[in-house]
Design a binder for this molecule. Structure first.
Ligand SMILES: CC(C)CC(=O)Nc1cccc(-c2cccc(CN)c2)c1
Length: 232
C-alpha cells in the first residue's frame, strides 16, 4: 500500500496473507470458514506450489495470539483468468480445515448485487504490499482509503484505454494506491467486499494508471458453485 498507514490491529480480521516458504506474496480474505478469495495472477511463477494462508495476523513476523498458518487443500483459479490480461483474475483457496473463527479471524461478506459502486464512494484497501516505490515491504498491515472513479474515466485513452470491463472497477491512484503484494486483497466499501485487488498495469501511485479491481458480484454464482462442489 503506497501513501497509507498502519491499520488498527485486528480491525480487519478477514485479511489473509498468502505465503510461499514463509514469504508474503499476496493478500486475500476469508469469505467462508474454509475458503479464502484472492487473485489468480498471484500464482504467477509459483509453478503449481500451493500457498500457505496466514490468518489472524497484524504483524507478519511477531508472535500474536490467534495468528495461525493454514495449509491449503485446493487452489482454484477462475477458468477465464490468464497472465496476459486482468480478466477473471480470481483465485479460491480451500483451507485444509475450517478456520477457527474468533475476534481476530472473521468472514467478510461480499457484494452479491451486480450494480456498480457509485463514483466518488470512499472505499478501503488493506494489505502487506510494498509501501515505497523502491519496494519496501511492511511488517504490519497497512490500509488506505480511495475514491471509486467511473468506468468511463478509467477507460479514457490516457488511463486504461478501454480495457476496463463491466466486471472490473477502479479507484483513484494519485499518490495513495495499492501496489505489489496487495493483489488479492478486498476493496471494502461500506463494510462489504466489492472488489479484489488486481495488478493492472503493475505501476503504483500514478494517477494516469488508476487501481483496478475485479468486481465480485458478477462472480457470486461461480464462487458459490466452487464452494458447494468441494464441500466435504
Ligand atoms: C506474482 C505477483 C506478486 C506479481 C505481481 O503482481 N507484480 C506486481 C508488480 C508491480 C505492481 C503490482 C501491483 C499490484 C497491485 C496493484 C497495483 C497497482 N495499483 C500494482 C504487481
Amino acid at each position: 500500500i503506497l501513501g497509507g498507514y498502519e491499520a488498527r490491529p485486528h480491525l480487519r480480521p478477514y485479511m489473509a496473507s498468502l505465503q510461499l516458504d514463509g514469504q508474503h506474496v499476496c493478500g486475500g480474505f476469508l469469505i467462508a470458514e474454509q475458503w479464502v478469495l484472492s487473485a489468480a495472477h498471484c500464482t504467477e511463477g509459483t509453478n503449481g506450489k500451493l500457498f500457505q494462508v496466514l490468518l489472524g495476523a497484524h504483524s507478519l513476523t511477531e508472535p500474536e495470539p490467534h495468528k495461525r498458518l493454514y495449509r491449503v487443500r485446493a487452489q482454484i483459479a477462475h477458468p477465464g483468468s490468464n497472465i496476459h490480461n486482468n480478466r477473471d483474475d480470481l483465485l479460491l483457496l480451500q483451507l485444509e480445515e475450517k478456520a477457527e473463527l474468533n475476534a481476530h479471524v472473521k468472514v467478510l461478506p461480499f457484494q452479491r448485487e451486480d450494480r456498480d459502486v457509485e463514483a466518488d464512494t470512499l472505499c478501503e484497501a488493506a494489505g502487506w504490499g510494498t509501501v515505497t516505490h523502491s519496494g519496501r515491504r511492511p511488517d504490519k498491515l497497512q490500509q488506505v482509503e480511495r475514491p471509486v472513479i467511473s468506468r468511463e474515466l478509467c477507460n479514457h485513452r490516457t488511463r486504461h484505454d478501454q480495457t476496463i470491463t463491466e466486471k472490473m472497477m477502479c479507484t483513484d491512484s494519485r499518490k495513495k494506491d495499492t501496489c505489489k503484494g496487495d493483489s488479492g486483497g478486498p476493496l471494502v466499501c461500506n463494510g462489504v467486499a466489492e472488489g479484489v485487488v488486481t495488478a493492472g498495469s503493475r505501476v503504483c501511485g500514478n494517477y494516469k494508471k488508476p487501481a483496478i479491481y475485479t468486481r465480485i458480484a458478477p462472480y457470486a454464482a461461480w464462487i458459490d458453485g466452487v464452494m458447494a462442489s468441494a464441500a466435504g
